[in-house]
Design a binder for this molecule. Structure first.
Ligand code: A3P
Length: 326
């Protein structure tokens, strides 16, 4: 049997949760008209997407705090491929900022012909896997990850194995249908026969697609680790890339408001507006640890060898090098 039809959509070889995506939203993304001054942050899931949803409006608006304090992150800097974009697109102020998990090959035609800039955020895949493992536990619209060891196989495969029992329920309305009036669906607790899905496929495929995109000076690569180590320096790079010329005073202000602690305390950014049935922060907060290297607390030496050998093999022959040692 293929991946559960109830929970996931298949789209050009990718698997995405139905709670947040629909065929209409994916097609809306394909028809989306990029403007030359649009800014897009692209990430493989769990690489720092919501961090960019905080950073971009502040950098683009000279440090004005209004958007991050009044608009939930998913409306403020919406996902290109998710359901809420169609609902909020006309409210987006110019220059518009968006995020996406699409691999490069799924970018809409208008993106390729526009001059829109892209920031591709990379994160050590071992930390992505750890973050994703906890996310699968807390997100009601994703499957239970099983043990850490089982999840590693699924993550490395990029699609996953057949799984047996599933925790989940059917919702009548999308998770982000509105930041206030979300209709919570019934919890059936029924076992569903399904296969496990890793959203957006293999990390290595995602990396390869964007690292080989040849977008020249339209694309900037940055790492989560770089942002975690010295956020003001990372913000200077982002500001220069976007031509924002922020003063040092504004850089420091933006860094303060984009710190892990500030975002944890910002209800517009910490997903506390989302009902528990969709995101259960008691199981694991969305803003969980916020540091680089948590994999060291999770990987056994055998798992490290397995992980490293699969990833290295898949990247063999690529002309780009990784910013971390595996
Ligand atoms: P952890 O689970 O390792 O804590 P995404 O937004 O792509 O889903 O990524 C989520 C990851 O980014 C989580 O990692 C989250 O804590 C981390 N993150 C988000 N904002 C952050 C910030 N301001 N500083 C450090 N990490 C942040």
């Amino acid at each position: 049997m293929s991946i559960s039809e109830e929970m996931y959509l298949h789209y050009h070889g990718l698997i995405v949760p139905k709670e947040t995506h629909s065929y209409e939203s994916l097609e809306f993304a394909q028809g989306f008209k990029f403007e030359d001054d649009d800014v897009l942050a692209v990430t493989y899931p769990k690489s720092g997407t919501i961090w960019m949803q905080e950073i971009l409006p502040l950098v683009l608006n000279g440090g004005d705090l209004t958007p991050i304090h009044t608009i939930p992150n998913w409306e403020r800097v919406p996902w290109l491929e998710e359901k809420q974009l169609a609902r909020v697109v006309d409210k987006l102020a110019s220059p518009r900022a968006l995020v996406s998990h699409f691999p490069y090959n799924l970018m809409p035609p208008s993106f390729c012909t526009s001059k829109a800039k892209v920031i591709y955020v990379m994160r050590n895949p071992k930390d992505i896997m750890v973050s994703s493992y906890y996310f699968h536990q807390m997100a009601g619209f994703l499957e239970d990850p099983g043990t850490f060891d089982e999840f590693m196989d699924k993550f490395l495969e990029g699609k996953g194995q057949r799984s047996h029992m599933h925790k989940r329920r059917h919702a009548r309305k999308s998770i982000f249908a509105s930041s206030i009036t979300i209709v919570v669906g019934s919890v059936t607790g029924q076992p569903m026969s399904a296969s496990f899905a890793v959203m957006f496929g293999k990390w290595t495929d995602h990396m390869k697609s964007w690292r080989n995109s040849e977008l020249g000076d339209r694309i900037m690569y940055i790492t989560y680790e770089e942002m975690a180590q010295d956020l003001p320096a990372a913000l200077r790079r982002i500001s220069d890339f976007l031509g924002c010329n922020l003063t040092e005073e504004v850089i420091q202000k933006v860094a303060e408001h984009c710190s892990f602690k500030s975002m944890q305390n910002n209800n517009m950014s910490n997903f506390s507006l989302i009902p528990k049935v969709y995101m259960d922060h008691d199981k694991s907060p969305f803003l969980r640890k916020g540091n680089a290297g948590d994999w060291k607390n999770h990987f056994s030496s055998e798992q490290l060898t397995r992980f490293t050998s699969v990833i290295s093999k898949e990247l063999e022959g690529e002309s780009f090098s990784l910013p971390w040692s595996l």
